[in-house]
Design a protein around this ligand. Structure first.
Ligand code: HEC
Length: 379
């Protein structure tokens, strides 16, 4: 396996064009691979990326596999700052002010028309950066623009707000305020400002759509600066809570909020390995009768009524007498032993994954509350 990987890497970076395409396509099985964020590896692939971007008819063939690979694979970022800078400089597109004013880049697209090169590049690189957490680093934040010269640059950065509002504290405790690191406060504010600006009607439709597509994310949605404007633009994402939720005690309410804001997004997040999310199986009617959940829409949003019923369904899988044995913690690890029969959905998490730690936080709190309720009932 290692030999194959090395060979593919060699082809992908130095091989003739046809081999390079083949190699990067085969490399797109991310289970095989951790990519080196080195100049030798990334530069030739980015050359192919730009060649494809400039030939709209061949974009799917030339660019598609590279984007898929860069988006899903694990990245091994160099330790040295110098090397990291080189990597991001190769990856991050820049545009001169003049390009931002070109007619092809400012007019509305006609139906079925392909995006002009600059916009295409912006959208594809955004897809890579904002979907692969390995690339979301303090170094990347140093490239966050102080001001924006072109609409493509705005489009490139607008989705960053979603991870930046978590960056540095991806796993908070139940009931605790999020403690985001103060050293990134300035860049975080800039990302909020860009987001708000992008919601305005006069911003380019492509950027505005990218901003609106984050409305399904609870951390973006409930941010005090964002909520009022987003509620006007996408009121359907600001539903009232179901009655059963409004009746929760303060302790249970915190547990619900953690579920809504932190656990629920994990259930709709595609797994890097097979691109399936929990709801991709459990949310499909009839697919998993033993635990059917309400599905999310295209933006990862589960309607409040459905979310409340998902909450109840998962709470039932919390074992207050033996937290570690809770089905909701065991199944996603797919442990197969004499006593356990694993998870038909396969391994969804490793114990050290952020998503799993979020789930654990919530389960521990829920087990505590469920235990207290029992104790209270027994008195
Ligand atoms: C590829 C499809 C698939 C995916 C993705 C998937 N599951 Fe499952 N899951 C199943 C199937 C099928 C079953 C029923 C058989 C079994 O128990 O393994 C199941 C069972 C379960 C059960 C046991 C339900 C019960 O009470 O019997 C839990 C809990 C569970 N899954 C949690 C999760 C979580 C959490 C995720 C996401 C992190 C997830 N699953 C992702 C297919 C999937």
């Amino acid at each position: 396996m290692v030999g194959l990987q090395k060979k593919l890497l060699d082809y992908a970076s130095t091989g003739p064009e046809n081999l390079r395409t083949m190699a990067s396509t085969s490399l797109a099985d991310p289970r095989l691979i951790t990519l080196p964020a080195s100049q030798e590896f990334v530069e030739p692939l980015m050359e192919q990326f730009y060649r494809g971007a400039n030939e709209p008819e061949r974009r799917a063939e030339l660019v598609g596999p590279i984007v898929k690979l860069f988006q899903r694979a694990r990245w091994n970022l160099p330790k040295s700052e110098e090397q990291q800078k080189i990597f991001y400089k190769i990856l991050l597109p820049t545009w001169s002010v003049e390009r931002g004013k070109l007619e092809e880049n400012t007019r509305q697209l006609l139906q079925m028309e392909k995006d002009p090169v600059d916009w295409y590049v912006s959208q594809q690189i955004a897809g890579i950066l904002h979907n692969n957490p390995d690339l979301q680093t303090p170094m990347l934040l140093t490239y966050y623009p102080k001001s924006f010269d072109t609409p493509m640059q705005e489009r490139l950065w607008v989705p960053a707000v979603k991870w930046m509002l978590r960056f540095g504290q991806e796993v908070p405790e139940v009931g605790a305020e999020q403690q985001l690191p103060p050293e990134f406060a300035a860049v975080r504010d800039r990302s909020i400002d860009l987001f708000l600006k992008s919601l305005e009607n006069k911003s380019d439709g492509r950027t505005r759509r990218a901003a609106l597509s984050l409305a399904g994310d609870p951390i973006v949605r409930k941010h005090p600066k964002i909520a009022p404007l987003l509620a006007k633009a996408s009121p359907q994402y600001f539903e009232k809570e179901p009655e059963e939720i409004t009746k929760l005690s303060p302790a249970w309410r915190k547990n619900w909020e953690y579920f809504r804001d932190w656990v629920a997004p994990e259930m709709t997040k595609p797994n890097r390995e097979d691109q399936m999310s929990c709801l991709g199986c459990h949310g499909v009617a009839g697919r998993v009768p033993s635990m059917e959940l309400s599905n999310a829409d295209d933006l990862g949003y589960v309607k409040m009524q459905g979310l409340a019923s998902n909450y109840r369904a998962l709470l039932e899988r919390v074992n207050e007498n033996s937290v570690e044995q809770s089905k909701i913690l065991r199944k996603p690890l797919n442990v197969q032993s004499g006593k356990e029969d694993g998870h038909q959905g396969g391994r969804r998490f490793n114990p050290n994954d952020q998503g799993y730690k979020i789930l654990e936080q919530w389960v521990r709190d829920a087990a505590k509350l469920k235990g207290q309720k029992l104790a209270a009932g027994n008195q």
